[in-house]
Design a protein around this ligand. Structure first.
Ligand SMILES: Nc1ccn([C@@H]2O[C@H](COP(=O)(O)OP(=O)(O)OP(=O)(O)O)[C@@H](O)[C@H]2O)c(=O)n1
Ligand SMILES: C[C@](O)(CO)[C@H](O)COP(=O)(O)O
Length: 261
């Protein structure tokens, strides 16, 4: 494991080390198609992961960022982060090797978060453009007492539940078996924010049971602990398929035009 401390605001007062952000970045990006691991692909010339690290470090509350690299790629990721140091503020950035699944990668990242840090964010490297206001809204809700917080948006599409065909009928059109009430559904984003002890317990339980979940809040739900929602942001979308890269470049071009950076 290696540690990089970025150059920070000279003379800025020390903040207590209370919020850490774990960034799982160990995925291959199969749905994005052939090429480098997804987190290392460039957006406006800078790796997606660096955008995500800066998005987390952009919150004044975040004092530690744990990047979970591909299992055999921690050194490469460390070199890359060294090449793109944080600008404007300081946070410690730590790189650890990840695992075979997102869940395992988060658990490995969480393992190096010091116990004196009470609030932990988990943020996909694949959501590089989340605005800092969304990050801060999640942190505030946790600090105000919620053990688990997710940013989320209402759905634009109607959602159907289907019954996959199996056996001789595999491949035939799937039958619809339900239409959940759209007004009560939310599309969940990251960063998801947690009381550290709750998240550690949730990951330990799921690992012990050999079970899986597609997001961290889902694991906490299984403890019977309440998860609450704060407003997400359309720019916090996940880069999953090739068209998402086009959208991400367009968002960055709009930011450059608006902010002149
Ligand atoms: N073994 C894994 C798998 C995923 N992730 C991370 O979890 C986040 C969300 O996962 P996803 O978007 O599904 O990324 P990939 O697994 O890379 O995508 P795909 O399923 O298309 O391969 C990403 O930042 C990804 O790097 C991880 O850290 N470790
Ligand atoms: C955590 C997540 O981004 C919340 O929407 C999502 O569940 C990750 O799913 P993926 O299939 O690993 O991209």
């Amino acid at each position: 494991m290696s540690v990089t401390t970025s150059p920070g605001d000279s003379g800025a007062p020390e903040r207590p080390a209370r919020t850490a952000a774990v960034i799982p970045a160990a995925g291959r990006g199969v749905r994005l198609g052939p090429g480098a691991p997804k987190a290392l692909r460039p957006l406006n010339g800078m790796p997606m992961l660096v955008h995500a690290v800066r998005a987390m470090a952009g919150s004044r509350s975040v004092s530690l960022v744990v990047v979970v690299a591909p299992p055999d790629g921690a050194d490469e990721v460390q070199r890359l982060l060294d090449a793109y140091p944080l600008t404007g503020r300081s946070a410690d950035v730590v790189v650890v090797p990840g695992g075979e699944t997102r869940q395992e990668s988060v658990r490995l990242g969480l393992a190096v978060v010091p116990e004196d840090i009470s609030t932990v964010l988990v943020h996909d490297a694949a959501r590089p453009l989340v605005p800092v206001d969304t990050v801060d809204a999640v942190i505030t809700a946790v600090r105000d007492g919620a053990p688990a917080v997710v940013p989320a948006l209402p759905l634009a599409d109607t959602v159907k539940q289907v019954e996959p065909r199996t056996g001789e009928r595999a491949g035939e059109p799937e039958p619809v078996v339900g239409t959940p009430e759209r007004a009560r559904l939310r599309a969940v984003q990251t960063p998801q924010g947690f009381d550290r002890a709750t998240l550690v317990e949730a990951h330990a339980k799921i690992a012990l049971e050999g079970d899986g979940a597609t997001d961290d809040a889902g694991m906490v739900e299984r403890l019977g602990v309440e998860v609450v929602v704060v407003p997400g942001h359309e720019e916090a979308f996940k880069v999953t398929r090739p068209l998402d890269l086009v959208l991400a470049e367009a968002v960055l071009a709009r930011r450059r035009a608006n902010d002149g950076f």
